[in-house]
Design a protein around this ligand. Structure first.
Ligand SMILES: Nc1ncnc2c1ncn2[C@@H]1O[C@H](COP(=O)(O)OP(=O)(O)OP(=O)(O)O)[C@@H](O)[C@H]1O
Ligand SMILES: Nc1nc2c(ncn2[C@@H]2O[C@H](COP(=O)(O)O)[C@@H](O)[C@H]2O)c(=O)[nH]1
Length: 198
């Protein structure tokens, strides 16, 4: 049986990656879609595992060749989901998580109406700011750009099927794992489904 396509979106710093890592460790039927980006690697990031790091010219060639399921410009860099790999994983019976921002999530929703859409946010924008500051991966200018984008993203949260408010970490990890198991078990019906808030 083909796996489910699962989009996890929400502001930068909300904790998407943290919750996705917990779900990948706990649920063997899940796979992670490795995105391509023109953003430079952060210390510790590995090409092919965290991202496929491309130059802008290479990324634009991939766009022309139709290799992306979705792509978007975010905070001055390009990000995109290579489509072929996603379909290979789905055909192998795995459910595939896309960790992507809002413009990309909307594209996936249009192109793959059977995708399940999950929104992750921090309990407040102030807490989101604290997390981004604590992660210390952004310049102050980039951090402000990400928080500006976060305001628009939070305003769009009703476009999603499920929402996880990532407040207390252990509780959110448990909610994410439970939700992933529930999605994997549920039949693929296409279109929107009843949104049980996580
Ligand atoms: N519930 C939580 N309470 C406190 N800190 C958290 C919580 N969840 C995640 N964090 C921390 O917040 C920071 C941002 O988390 P993470 O990198 O997972 O966010 P993200 O949404 O994946 O961001 P990006 O979209 O930029 O990749 C990290 O330092 C992480 O350890
Ligand atoms: N539209 C897409 N957005 C993506 C993709 N891969 C990651 N992202 C999102 O970009 C921002 C910034 O990520 P960061 O690693 O620089 O912090 C974040 O919201 C990611 O979810 C993608 O393939 N397409």
């Amino acid at each position: 049986m083909r796996g489910r396509l699962i989009v996890v979106s929400g502001p930068s710093g909300a904790g998407k990656g943290t919750l996705i890592r917990a779900a990948l460790e706990a649920v063997p039927e899940l796979a992670y879609s490795v995105s391509a980006t023109t953003r430079p690697p952060r210390p510790g990031e590995v090409d092919g595992r965290d991202y496929i790091f491309l130059s802008r010219e290479e990324f634009e060639a991939w766009i022309r060749e139709g290799r992306f399921l979705e792509w978007a410009e975010y905070s001055g860099n390009l990000y995109g989901t290579p489509e072929k790999k996603v379909d290979e994983l789905l055909d192998a019976g795995l459910s595939v998580i896309l960790e992507i921002e809002l413009q990309g999530a909307r594209q996936v929703r249009r192109r793959r109406p059977d995708a399940v859409m999950i929104f992750v946010r921090a309990p407040s924008l102030e807490e989101n700011r604290r997390r981004l500051e604590g992660r210390a991966t952004e310049t102050s200018e980039a951090l402000e750009r990400r928080l500006e984008a976060a305001r628009n993203e939070v305003a769009a949260r009703d476009e999603f099927d499920y929402e996880i408010v990532n407040d207390e970490l252990e509780k959110s990890r448990t909610a994410m794992i439970k939700l992933m198991r529930q999605i994997i078990r549920s039949p693929c019906e296409g279109g929107r489904r009843d949104a049980e808030r996580a």
